[in-house]
Design a protein. Structure first.
Lengths: 313, 383, 359
C-alpha cells in the first residue's frame, strides 16, 4: 500500500545527460533521412576505397599505349554523339577514357587516391589547427596576435590562387598537391580552434586546475583541447568532401603530376578536352566526385545539426 | 490587502473546462495539464499561483493559442466570451490575439525586438488590421479635439478635421497617412498613461535604452492599445525590483478599472496575490487544487498544498523560520497517480493515489480538489 | 589591413622569386636575340643581378655574388609596384611588351562582371531558400532546400559548368544551334543570340554596362545570354554557405521570445517573419560576404576555363604554365585588396545597421 513516491535516482546526473544526449541524437537521426543517406554514402565510399585493389588490378592504369582510343559501347544506352573509335570486343560499362582504359575501372582506382589525399590534408590541417589555434587562444598576447595575423594573410587570398602559385614553384607531384591544399586549408582550423579554446579556457574547471598547480601544457593538452575539439571534428568530416572537390579542381586545370594518373580531376581534364564528342568522360568522374562529397557533406551537416546546442529543445 | 472589488455582471469572460495538454519531447510525453477547471468573471483580477513548472504559463499560452508545435491538447474546452478558442482556425485565433486577448510576459528585455524602436513595435499593431482600430483611434482624436476646442486659442483647422474624422468613423476606414499619425499620438498617450516620462522620446527609443521597469510599462501600454477583453500577465514583476514591482501592479489595477479588462495574473509570489487580486487559483503539477476569493484563501486555506504554501511565506511577525513543503515537484514525464500531490501530502490516505479528486464547492465561491473535503462517493458538487 | 596586404606581398614575392630560379623573373624581358651583355644589363635593371656580376652565364649558373639578396630584390620590386610599374607579362598573344597592369586590367572587367552577377544570383536564391527552410523546419520544403544548398556545396564547379554546357549547348538545340553560346563573353552563334550585335564603346570595359551605355540592346542581350551559364555555375556552387547561415540564424531568431511576443500581438505571420525575424537574422549573415567574395574569385578561375571566358581567371592558368610571375603577383594582390576591402566594408556596415552597436 505504501506508494513509491518517486523512483530512486539510479543514474548520476552525468550519465543521465549522456543517455539523453544519445536518445536525442537518435531521435534527430530518425527524423532526418537525409543524414542517414549521407552516412551510407560515406561508409560506402570508404569501403570501396579499401576494396579497390581487389576489384581492379592496381597496375591497370600504367598503360603505355598513348594513342587516342575513346569509345563507348554500353548496350544499355547510347549518346547522341558519334563514336570515335571501335571499342573492340570488350564491353566497357562506362566507356573508355582517351587512352582506351575502362572508365569504370579508372574511377574505382581513383577513389582511394582522392580519399587518401583528402584524409592526409584534413588530418594535417586538424593537427596544425589544433596546435596553433589552442596555443594562440590559451597564451593570448603576442603569440595570439602573431598567429592571428598570419591566418589573416592566408585568408586574404582565394585558395586556388595560392595553390596554383605553390604548385608552380614547388613542382608537380602528389606531395606538392597535398601540401598546397594543406597550406590553404589550415587557417580555418586555427581560427576555429582558437575561438573554441577562448570560450573553453574561461570555464571554472580550468581555474580550478590552475589553482591545483597544474602546468599549462597539462591543462591545455589533457583538458581544454579534448573538450573543445568537437566542432573541429564536425568540420573535418565536412571538409573531406570539400578537399576532394579541391583536389579534383586543381588536377582538372592541369596541375597534375601525371596525366595518366587515375584521379577524378585528371579524368575530367581529359573529359573537357573531348567534351563534345565524348561527354561520358566528364560526366561520370564528376558525378563520382559529386556523390562522394555529397555523402560527407550530408553526414557532417547532419552531425552539426544534431550537436548544435542552439537547436536543442 | 486589496479592497473588495464588486464583480460586474455574472458572466464569465473566460471558462476553461477539463483542459488536458501534453508535450511530445525527445524524452517522452510530458503531461503538463491534467484536466484543469478555471473561470474568470468579467472585470475580475484572478491570480494563478503555483511553483515553477506547475503549468501556469502553459495555461496562458493555451488560452492565447501560442503553444509550441510539440504541444497537443488532448481534451477540454477554453471558452472566451462565448467562443471556443481551441476550435478557432489560425487566422481567427490571430485576430483574437489582436483584439480580445493580450499577453504580457516576464522579461521585457527578451520580449521586445532589440533592433526595432518602441514606436514601430507599437505602431505595427494598428497596421496589422487597421479596420479594427478605426473607432478607437478616431474616438481618441475626437476627444482630444473636443478638449482643445474648449481650451484657449484652438487651432482653426480643428472643426474641419473633426468633420473628416467623423466621416472616417462612418465609413470605418482611414487613409494611410492619417492612420500612422493617429497611431503615433495614440501610442504616445498610452505611454503617458503608463506613467513613462517623456513619452515622445520613448516612442523613438530602442528597448535597450530603457530600464526594466520602463520596458514592462511599455509592454502594458502595448497590451492596453488593443483594449483586450482578457489580459494575461505572466510573472510580469518577477524580473523587477520590489519597488518597481509595486508600481507596476498598481498601474495594472488602475488600468483594469479604466478599460474594464479581466486579468489573469500568473505569479509564484503570494504577496502579489494578496496585493491586487480579487480571487486566486492555486495550481500544482498541472492541476488546479483550490480556487477562492483572496481574503478567504488567506484566512482559510483548505487544500494541504495551499496550507503549505501559506505557511512557507516568510512573515515579519514570526520569529521562527517558515516551514517548507517536503519533497520536490514531481517529474511530469511520469507523474504520480491519482492526486498528484499525494506523495508530499501530510494528510494523504488510501484513496489518494488511486483516483483524482474532483473540484468541490466547500464554501460559497470556495472550491477545492481534495478527498479530505468530499468527492469520495462521487456525489458532491462539481463546478 | 594594410599590414595584411604588405605581408601578403612579401609572402608571394618570397614564394615566387625565392623558390624559382632568378631567370624566371627575367623571362618577359629577354628575347633570344639579345647578347649576353644585353641580357646582363637587363638583369641588373630589373634588380636581380648585382653590378659586380661578371657575365650573364655566371648569373644563370647562380654564382655567388651575382644575385642580389632577396630582400633587396623585394624592396626594388616594392618601389616599382608602388608607382604602378608591374613589369611586363609573358602571356602568349601579347608580344611581351605589354605591361602586366594593362593586360590584367584589360581582362579584369570580365571577371568582375561575372563575379558580380554571380554574387547577385547567389543572394537572390540563397536568402529566400534559407527563410523557407527555417519557417518550414523539418518539413518537405526544408529538406528540399537543404538538398539544393548542400548539393550546390558538393558539386564540382567544372562538372556543373560542363553539365550546363551539355544541356544547353549540345542537347537543347533549335534550328541546328545550341540554345545558349558555348564560350566567350559575347554569344553570337546560338539559338537565342543575335548573330550580328554590332559594336559598343568601351566606357568601363564591362560589357554589360558598356552595352547599356552605348544603347546597343542586341549587344547587351548577347552578353546576358553568354553570362547566364557561367554565373549560374558560380552561384549554385556558392550558395550553400549563405543558405545555411540564413537558415540557422532564422531558426535561432524564430525561437526568441520577442517572436512569441510579436505573434501574441496578433500580427500576421508574414509580418512576424519578415519585419521581426529576418531583420535580426540577416545582419550576422552579411559577415559571410567576405568569404563569398573569396570563393567567387577562386571559382572564377575554374569557371572561366570551362566557358572560355576572357577574364583574369583563365589567364592565371596560362600564366602559371609559362611561369609569368608578374601576372600572378598582381592577381594575388588585387584579389587580396578586394577581399580585405570587402571585409572592412562589411564590418562598417554591420556597425551602422545594428542600433545596439551604434550607441
Amino acid at each position: 500500500m505504501s506508494h513509491e513516491m518517486k523512483q530512486p535516482e539510479k543514474n548520476p546526473a552525468k550519465s543521465r545527460r549522456q543517455h539523453s544526449d544519445l536518445r536525442f541524437a537518435l531521435h534527430l537521426l530518425r527524423q532526418n533521412p537525409i543524414v542517414m543517406a549521407g552516412l551510407v554514402i560515406s561508409v560506402a565510399t570508404v569501403v570501396l576505397a579499401l576494396l579497390s585493389n581487389l576489384l581492379v588490378n592496381g597496375a591497370y592504369w600504367h598503360q603505355q599505349n598513348l594513342t587516342l582510343r575513346l569509345c563507348w559501347n554500353n548496350p544499355a544506352f547510347g549518346w547522341p554523339v558519334t563514336n570515335l573509335f571501335n571499342c573492340g570486343g570488350q564491353v566497357y560499362p562506362l566507356g573508355t577514357d582517351a587512352y582506351g582504359r575502362s572508365l569504370l575501372q579508372m574511377i574505382i582506382l581513383a577513389i582511394p587516391i582522392d580519399l587518401q589525399i583528402a584524409l592526409e590534408v584534413v588530418a594535417s590541417a586538424v593537427v596544425i589547427g589544433v596546435v596553433f589555434g589552442s596555443l594562440a587562444a590559451y597564451m593570448g598576447g603576442l603569440i595570439d596576435e602573431v598567429i592571428l595575423r598570419i591566418t589573416d594573410i592566408f585568408l586574404a587570398v582565394p585558395w586556388i590562387l595560392l595553390a596554383i602559385v605553390l604548385i608552380v614553384v614547388l613542382g608537380r607531384s602528389l606531395t606538392t598537391l597535398t601540401l598546397a591544399i594543406i597550406i590553404t586549408w589550415w587557417p580555418w582550423y586555427v581560427r576555429l580552434m582558437r575561438s573554441q579554446v577562448i570560450g573553453e579556457k574561461e570555464k571554472l574547471y580550468v581555474e580550478r586546475l590552475k589553482m591545483m598547480g597544474a602546468g599549462w601544457p597539462r591543462i591545455l593538452f589533457l583538458h581544454v583541447i579534448p573538450n573543445s575539439i568537437y566542432p573541429i571534428l564536425v568540420q573535418s568530416t565536412l571538409d573531406i568532401g570539400s578537399v576532394i572537390l579541391t583536389v579534383s579542381a586543381l588536377t582538372f586545370i592541369g596541375l597534375t603530376p601525371n596525366p595518366l594518373l587515375p584521379e577524378l580531376g585528371n579524368l575530367s581534364n581529359q573529359g573537357i578536352e573531348y567534351f563534345f564528342t565524348a561527354p561520358w568522360l566528364i560526366i561520370f568522374p564528376g558525378l563520382t566526385i559529386l556523390i562522394i562529397s555529397l555523402g560527407f557533406n550530408l553526414l557532417g551537416d547532419g552531425i552539426r545539426d544534431i550537436f548544435d546546442p542552439r537547436l536543442r529543445r | 490587502m486589496s479592497q473588495a472589488h464588486t464583480q460586474e455582471g455574472g458572466d464569465d469572460i473566460l471558462s476553461i473546462q477539463e483542459l488536458k495538454l501534453k508535450f511530445h519531447t525527445y524524452a517522452g510525453e510530458v503531461s503538463a495539464l491534467d484536466g484543469i477547471k478555471l473561470s474568470i468573471k468579467k472585470g475580475e483580477l484572478l491570480g494563478l499561483v503555483g511553483e515553477s513548472g506547475c503549468g501556469k504559463s502553459v495555461t496562458a499560452l493555451a488560452i492565447a493559442g501560442l503553444l509550441p508545435p510539440n504541444a497537443e491538447v488532448t481534451g477540454g474546452d477554453v471558452v472566451l466570451d462565448g467562443k471556443n478558442v481551441l476550435a478557432l482556425k489560425p487566422e481567427e485565433m490571430r485576430l483574437a490575439r489582436l483584439k480580445d486577448i493580450a499577453m504580457i510576459f516576464q522579461d521585457p528585455m527578451t520580449y521586445l525586438n532589440p533592433v526595432l524602436t518602441i514606436g514601430s513595435q507599437m505602431a505595427e499593431i494598428t497596421r496589422a488590421e487597421p479596420k479594427l482600430f478605426v473607432s478607437t483611434l478616431v474616438n481618441y482624436r475626437l476627444r482630444q479635439i473636443d478638449k482643445q476646442v474648449e481650451g484657449t486659442n484652438p487651432n482653426p483647422g480643428l472643426p474641419a478635421e473633426r468633420e473628416r474624422l467623423r466621416h472616417a468613423l462612418e465609413s470605418q476606414s482611414l487613409g494611410r497617412k492619417e492612420l500612422n499619425e493617429l497611431t503615433r499620438s495614440y501610442a504616445i498617450s498610452l505611454l503617458r498613461s503608463v506613467r513613462l516620462p517623456e513619452p515622445e522620446k520613448v516612442f523613438e527609443m530602442y528597448p535597450f535604452e530603457l530600464s526594466g521597469g520602463m520596458r514592462q510599462r511599455v509592454m502594458i501600454a502595448m497590451a492596453m492599445m488593443r483594449r483586450p477583453k482578457l489580459l494575461l500577465a505572466d510573472e510580469i514583476t518577477t524580473a523587477l525590483d520590489v519597488t518597481v514591482q509595486a508600481q507596476i501592479l498598481h498601474l495594472l489595477k488602475d488600468l483594469r478599472s479604466e478599460i474594464n479588462t479581466s486579468v489573469l495574473l500568473i505569479t509564484h509570489d503570494l504577496a502579489i496575490v494578496a496585493e491586487v487580486c480579487d480571487r486566486v487559483a492555486v495550481m500544482y503539477a498541472g492541476n488546479i487544487v483550490e480556487i477562492a476569493e483572496v481574503h478567504e484563501l488567506f484566512r482559510n486555506p483548505l487544500h494541504p498544498y495551499s496550507k503549505g504554501l501559506l505557511a512557507s511565506v516568510p512573515r515579519a511577525d514570526l520569529t521562527r523560520t517558515p516551514d517548507s513543503i517536503e519533497g520536490s515537484v514531481p517529474d511530469l514525464l511520469s507523474p504520480p497517480s491519482g492526486c498528484r500531490f499525494h506523495p508530499r501530502c501530510p494528510k494523504a490516505f488510501e484513496v489518494c493515489p488511486s483516483r483524482k479528486p474532483s473540484m468541490i464547492e466547500v464554501a460559497p465561491d470556495h472550491y477545492v480538489s481534495c478527498f479530505l473535503y468530499g468527492g469520495l462517493n462521487g456525489k458532491n458538487n462539481n463546478t | 589591413m594594410v599590414f595584411v596586404l604588405f605581408a601578403l606581398s612579401v609572402l608571394i614575392f618570397y614564394l615566387t622569386r625565392g623558390l624559382l630560379p632568378p631567370t624566371t623573373a627575367l623571362a618577359p624581358y629577354i628575347n633570344p636575340r639579345l647578347t649576353d651583355a644585353g641580357k646582363l644589363s637587363i638583369a641588373r635593371a630589373v634588380g636581380v643581378a648585382t653590378s659586380s656580376c661578371p657575365s650573364f652565364s655566371d648569373f644563370a649558373a647562380l654564382q655567388n655574388g651575382c644575385i642580389t639578396p632577396l630582400w633587396t630584390q623585394y624592396l626594388y620590386w616594392l618601389k616599382n609596384v608602388l608607382v604602378g610599374n608591374w613589369g611586363y607579362t609573358l602571356l602568349p598573344g601579347i608580344s611581351g611588351t605589354e605591361s602586366t597592369w594593362s593586360v590584367f586590367f584589360g581582362r579584369f572587367p570580365y571577371t568582375a562582371e561575372l563575379d558580380i552577377v554571380a554574387a547577385a544570383l547567389t543572394f537572390l536564391i540563397a536568402v529566400p531558400l534559407g527563410i523557407i527552410s527555417a519557417t518550414h523546419n523539418n518539413k518537405a520544403p526544408d529538406h528540399l532546400s537543404r538538398i539544393v544548398s548542400l548539393g550546390g556545396y558538393s558539386i564540382p564547379q567544372f562538372w556543373f559548368g560542363a553539365m550546363l554546357l551539355l544541356v544547353f549547348v549540345l542537347y537543347v538545340r533549335i534550328g541546328g544551334l545550341g540554345l545558349l553560346p558555348a564560350s566567350g563573353a559575347l554569344g553570337t552563334t546560338c539559338a537565342l543570340c543575335f548573330s550580328n550585335p554590332g559594336t559598343i564603346t568601351a566606357y568601363t570595359g564591362v560589357p554589360l554596362l558598356d552595352a547599356l551605355l552605348s544603347r546597343n540592346i542586341p549587344y547587351f542581350w548577347d552578353s546576358v545570354v553568354a553570362i547566364i551559364l557561367p554565373a549560374m555555375t558560380l552561384a549554385i556552387t556558392s550558395l550553400g554557405l549563405l543558405t545555411r547561415i540564413v537558415r540557422s540564424n532564422m531558426m535561432e531568431v524564430l525561437r526568441q521570445d520577442y517572436i512569441t511576443m510579436a505573434r501574441s500581438k496578433g500580427l500576421k505571420e508574414r509580418t512576424v517573419v519578415y519585419s521581426h525575424a529576418l531583420r535580426n537574422a540577416i545582419l550576422p549573415a552579411i559577415t559571410v560576404t567576405g568569404l563569398l567574395v573569396t570563393y567567387l574569385i577562386g571559382g572564377s578561375v575554374i569557371v572561366e576555363i570551362v566557358f572560355s571566358w576572357p577574364g583574369v581567371g583563365s589567364a592565371a592558368l596560362v600564366a602559371a604554365d609559362v611561369l609569368d610571375i608578374n601576372f600572378l603577383e598582381l592577381f594575388v594582390l588585387v584579389a587580396g585588396v578586394i577581399i580585405v576591402v570587402t571585409n572592412l566594408t562589411v564590418d562598417i556596415l554591420y556597425a551602422v545597421l545594428d542600433p545596439r552597436i551604434r550607441y
